[in-house]
Design a protein around this ligand. Structure first.
Ligand SMILES: [Cu+2]
Length: 94
């Protein structure tokens, strides 16, 4: 499990397929949206956002996953740096 306490980082982290990442933050102040591209957030996406402050997301396939905070409209929090890219790698063979 990879715990993200403040996802105010604009870099990619590497993690493995079928592992879980957890976003922890103060509910109501931020949220977590899974998007295709950073800060390009259609308005209706906010409705799909995870909002609990303890949001778990399973990385179900290899590839690049992008998560952003959709609060503030028009990618405001995202533009301020609340974005995370996870480069999901195949599980290493022992
Ligand atoms: Cu935010």
């Amino acid at each position: 499990m990879y715990i993200i306490y403040v996802y105010a980082i604009s870099v990619c982290i590497e993690y493995y397929v079928l592992k879980q990442i957890v976003f922890k933050y103060t509910p109501g102040e931020h949220n977590v949206c899974y998007v295709y591209q950073h800060c390009n957030i259609p308005p209706h996406f906010e409705g799909y956002a995870l909002k609990s402050g303890n949001d778990k997301f399973v990385l179900h396939k290899p590839g690049k996953f992008h998560f952003v905070c959709a609060i503030g409209g028009n990618g405001k929090h995202c533009e301020a740096g609340m974005k995370l890219c996870v480069d999901v790698l195949p599980t290493p063979t022992p």
